[in-house]
Design a protein around this ligand. Sequence first.
Ligand SMILES: Nc1ncnc2c1ncn2[C@@H]1O[C@H](COP(=O)(O)OP(=O)(O)OP(=O)(O)O)[C@@H](O)[C@H]1O
Length: 259
Amino acid sequence: MAQRIDVKDLNIYYGDFLAVQDVSMTIDPKSVTAFIGPSGCGKSTFLRTLNRMHEVIPGARVEGTVEMEGVDLYGDDIDPVAVRRNVGMVFQRPNPFPTMSIRDNVLAGVKLNNHRISRSDADELVESSLRGANLWNEVKDRLERPGSSLSGGQQQRLCIARAIAVRPQVLLMDEPCSALDPISTLAIEDLIGELKQDYTIVIVTHNMQQAARVSDRTAFFNIAGTGKPGRLIEMNETSTIFSTPAEQATEDYVSGRFG
Ligand SMILES: Nc1ncnc2c1ncn2[C@@H]1O[C@H](COP(=O)(O)OP(=O)(O)OP(=O)(O)O)[C@@H](O)[C@H]1O
């Protein structure tokens, strides 16, 4: 199910503003890739180009290519909605539909895609998605309760269940633990470790320990100053980035000497 992503010479704009310049990288299938770097260097912006969410902002556009298994996501004949189905996203703040039941939250993406499914298929999908998100045991007896009845960490796992219910190939996570307590954070980190057996996962995190714990490869982005574009400084095995990075700026950032 997982897919390899090849980004080539990507420039990312908001109107005339070049927010991220000249990124090329390869993201391996069935692995976890972490994006780290100081605020404003374009991690989230770059992440959103991987499922064409960037362009929903008026004036936002890209130059260059993002290939998934060799197919350019920005090709003329590519439907952005299909791309977003294939490349799921989990956001910083858990955002289940609050009044919708837990069950319907899991099925929300599937229903949005106009897939008609039988009651028994839906039951199976709800169970497998909630199991996949390590939430089933906690909610199996209250599937009709609203999404808002869950704790923050449970809500985030519900959002992950909703994302995987549409059977994407890639999961993008934009600081998925930043609104969670340490125990819920560990639960999500464990889950990420399990999900990578099936999915290609890309995670933006401000938490260096988290990047070190969950990712196989790490990409460090940096920015030369306000108004300047963010750039990819280096990308390598996570252990290398945290022990013997090639660039001084990376060393300064990961050792906390930044700025
Ligand atoms: N909707 C937008 N319109 C215009 N500029 C934007 C928009 N979103 C982000 N930017 C700009 O793009 C640049 C990169 O922002 P982005 O949020 O991607 O950085 P980031 O590395 O994810 O930051 P943080 O770690 O603080 O979340 C910044 O200069 C930001 O001000």
